[in-house]
Design a protein around this ligand. Sequence first.
Ligand SMILES: Nc1ncnc2c1ncn2[C@@H]1O[C@H](COP(=O)(O)OP(=O)(O)OP(=O)(O)O)[C@@H](O)[C@H]1O
Ligand SMILES: [Mg+2]
Length: 259
Amino acid sequence: MFADSSMDKLSPPYLKDKGAKLVVDAVSVEFDGLRALDQVSLEIATGEILGLIGPNGSGKTTMVNAITGQLIPAEGRINLAGYDITGLPPRNIALLGVLRSFQIVRLFSNLTVSENVESAAVAGGLSRRTARRRAQELLQEFGLWDYRDQAANALSYGDKRRVEIARALAADPVFLLLDEPAAGMNEVESDVLLELLAELPVQRGIGLLIIDHDMRLIMRLCHRLHVLASGRTIGEGDVDTVRRMPAVVQAYLGSDAYA
Ligand SMILES: Nc1ncnc2c1ncn2[C@@H]1O[C@H](COP(=O)(O)OP(=O)(O)OP(=O)(O)O)[C@@H](O)[C@H]1O
Ligand SMILES: [Mg+2]
């Protein structure tokens, strides 16, 4: 995949063993003169959960797009375990173990739940047989086993979101970036999701980045927070410190999301 043979070391198991970091260094993204991200730096280590929060339009999804190669930053670098991955094609970044879910669910609506998860495992490089086994494990773990033969579009919104996360996990991520995984879920569904997500860093050694407006989920799940407003960092640190920062409180004033 790479001209430089030292990049061969960048297989996902290598990354997990080494306690790797994903480092975003002073990244800026521009859209027709609008600075959607302005020199934002953050990092995530394997085994931890970072919450990326901020008001609508603050640049959260843009950050995920920049990390996963869907957008190329105007400035700054993105580093995975010490290797520069800035500007690599999204498929290569995914094969290195940096995977995402989308704010708007993207499933193959006419395929079954099982086929959706299996195809993601095949895209992640597994043989059909291994992909089937991986899919079965994930469907059981995510409480989707009973729906495995249903078309994805027949599922409730909350169940579709769980299929989307199972798809991302099927490709064996080292870093998993979830863009509003609890959007549209009721409190019960959000609690079930919380338990599933909380286990991932411990069980699988994955580093998680979670974007969500559900502050109940974010505050209970995340080890650290990074707060954006208008494309700039306005606060970062542990959850209790960040939630008291005047700039953060100010950015959320009038928002019911921040209770
Ligand atoms: N492809 C694009 N073309 C032009 N402008 C864009 C594009 N994508 C995002 N933007 C703009 O960049 C800014 C940041 O958008 P982004 O989607 O990253 O926000 P967000 O924090 O994810 O918001 P939300 O909480 O509503 O999902 C917004 O002003 C948005 O309108
Ligand atoms: Mg968004």
